[in-house]
Design a protein around this ligand. Sequence first.
Ligand code: 5AD
Ligand code: SF4
Length: 441
Amino acid sequence: MTGTKKLYVKTYGCQMNVYDSERMAEALGAQGYEQVESPEGADMILLNTCHIREKAAEKVYSELGRFKPLREANPDLKIGVAGCVAQAEGEEIMRRQPMVDLVVGPQTYHRLPSMMEALGRGEKALDTEFPEEDKFAHLPKARLPKRGPTAFLTVQEGCDKFCSFCVVPYTRGAEVSRPADRLLREARDLVERGVREITLLGQNVNAYHGAGPDGGEWGLARLIREMARIDGLDRIRFTTSHPNDMEDDLIAAHGDCDKLMPYLHLPVQAGSDKVLKAMNRKHTAEQYIRLIERIRAVRPDLHLSGDFIVGFPGETEEDFQATLDLVETVGYGTAYSFKYSARPGTPAAERAMVDAAEADDRLQRLQALITKQQRATQDAMVGRTVSVLFEKPGRMPGQMVGKSEYLHAVHVDGPEGLAGQIAKVEIVESRPNSLSGRLLG
Ligand code: 5AD
Ligand code: SF4
């Protein structure tokens, strides 16, 4: 390969897409591509797309339209669409936007090198299959550089839960867990490259059941405990989970595994049992609340995060009140709330929508409550000492930013050498989206 070609990757959606984009950039790195920050002057543009909520496909088409002048200026520019919109739309993308040379679904990234060869021959390439093999095991890699102190590691993909509103089981396919030895190797490699905190990712990560090196099947708790034995790896997190897969050992790990951070994203989606049933969540609000109590019993300082959908078909004001009640009862450190959006092909898409203005109003009321709780949780940190993994300089000169064990962004006055270090910080102020503190010792 002569010369370096420029690759621009734009990532939408979840952290799994962030991980996938990194892996694709590495694979293309092995083919002589160097990642750049802007599409201008790039030889290859790759959009890694998300289909979870409304207008995702439309956003992709309008983004693609914006690349037209770049393609006119450089007829050799290659344009690819990856991710869940690629999976859902397939060939339709090339029909609607003939500029697109490559469409690759989330389960076939390991076939990128041969697809790129096809592009090199002036052909187009499309692959949206669900093959058996582990895409990450087959991805070639460029020489891997040093990297920042935090990293994502996808351990599980796909989902078998079929919540009635969700496209994930269709776009990402059935649950697949990666073998534990490969994950441990990847974790050690990350640590050697400077990583101190790893977030284990999966659409339904706590359903992880990968082949263990001992021939048995490992659950997520076992994987976390083994990963915690890696010297130099100081923090482990995981996201995102389904309440029905919070097994006893995983709950116990929150109490006895020091490296597992006291922050848990455990979506419940709604507080009304009628709505939960219609969502096919297979648990009640009460079961969720009891589960939280059990986890808090072993880790009282746990910060809880969640996802909520308002305006699900059939949701009445009373149902919505049940969601507000649940949020009051649980008390979230942070939470994400979304207005229901009908996803083509999902069972809920067949049902009548809640009035749009009503849904907007509920979203605002829920967000106001969540913001209040978030604020209160943050304010309660003032005066406390937390442990911060510093990542990078802050916006102000002489400032460094990192994350506390509770995932709050924390600013301090300190030297750049702090990057990659974990230090104790006394929190002195709570600001809208971050905390500021004083380095101790
Ligand atoms: N409409 C609105 N929100 C959705 N989510 C998933 N599908 C939909 C949908 N059709 C939300 C859920 C999920 C988060 C990742 O996105 O809350 O937990
Ligand atoms: Fe979608 Fe999560 Fe439900 Fe799976 S568990 S179907 S990913 S919302």
